[in-house]
Design a protein around this ligand. Structure first.
Ligand code: ADP
Length: 247
């Protein structure tokens, strides 16, 4: 494809584990400012696809382009620098530090050892912390120790830590797992807000939640794309009903 507007272009991507194709010749394009949800039964390859995009797993063949730049063979840390952010299910926050500190140390210059030694919390960093804290709904919790936050707040804080790096593509694996109904509502608002400035890919099982957040849905099955389009379109696709939604 020659469309340069894609945040992400995955083409003919395959990864094999001992001959088993967990991702099988998959092609996927994500627009800038798009919120894409990936659904599909367990074992469909959803997590493996995100692992390939973020560089945790290396592709057997095919290509991954991020902002039109080939990233298929570059290491994970370089992809982070280019603007890829990935959140896993278990939050990796610093429980004994304040919300403010958690966000501050996630600012790019705060991360490397040498950077941290020379790191000054400038007004620019403070302003960024304030901005992200209000995005994640924790502006009035900045001095609270992160370990004392609710489960939902910890998840938002980790999203905030990723937002400190201003990623152009953010990938989230089941962001509402374990959340209360009101925390789910706030997470839907949060996701709708953050995709205004970046592309977001979410793996999700909860169909009510998918309906609320997805611009477009990709249904995976056996390492391939079974269907793609609006929630209405994929929901009424007989192939999708057969392998997934019908159960
Ligand atoms: P999903 O996230 O859709 O549930 P996964 O991406 O976790 O699916 O898994 C897809 C398939 O690939 C599964 O059959 C899984 O066992 C296999 N798989 C994933 N990672 C590895 C690995 N590192 N080694 C061997 N098999 C793997």
């Amino acid at each position: 494809s020659t469309n340069t507007d894609f945040a992400l272009a995955v083409e003919d991507l395959t990864v094999s584990f001992d001959g088993f194709k967990a991702i099988d010749n998959l092609t996927l394009y994500i627009d800038r400012n798009e919120l894409r949800v990936i659904i599909g039964p367990n074992g469909a390859g959803k997590t493996t696809l995100l692992d390939l995009i973020c560089g945790k797993t290396r592709a057997s063949s095919g290509s991954i382009k991020f902002k039109n730049q080939e990233i298929t063979r570059i290491p994970e840390f370089k992809r982070v620098r280019l603007g890829l952010g990935r959140k896993f299910q278990t939050p990796s926050i610093y429980e004994n530090l304040s919300v403010f500190k958690n966000l501050e140390v996630s600012y790019p210059e705060g991360r490397s050892v040498f950077g941290a030694l020379a790191f000054q919390c400038t007004d620019a960093v403070k302003a960024r912390v304030q901005e992200v804290a209000s995005d994640i709904g924790l502006a009035d919790r900045l001095e609270v120790e992160a370990g004392l936050l609710s489960h939902g707040q910890k998840q938002w804080l980790e999203i905030g830590m990723l937002l400190m790096q201003d990623p152009e593509l953010l990938m989230l694996d089941e962001p509402i797992a374990g959340m209360s109904a009101s925390e789910r509502d706030l997470t839907a608002d949060l996701l709708n807000r953050i995709c205004r400035n970046r592309a977001v890919i979410v793996i999700e099982h909860d169909m009510e939640f998918v309906k609320r957040i997805a611009h477009k849905v990709t249904v995976m099955h056996q390492g391939r794309i079974l269907a793609e389009g609006s929630m209405e379109k994929v929901q009424s696709d007989p192939k999708v009903i057969d392998v997934y939604l019908g159960h």
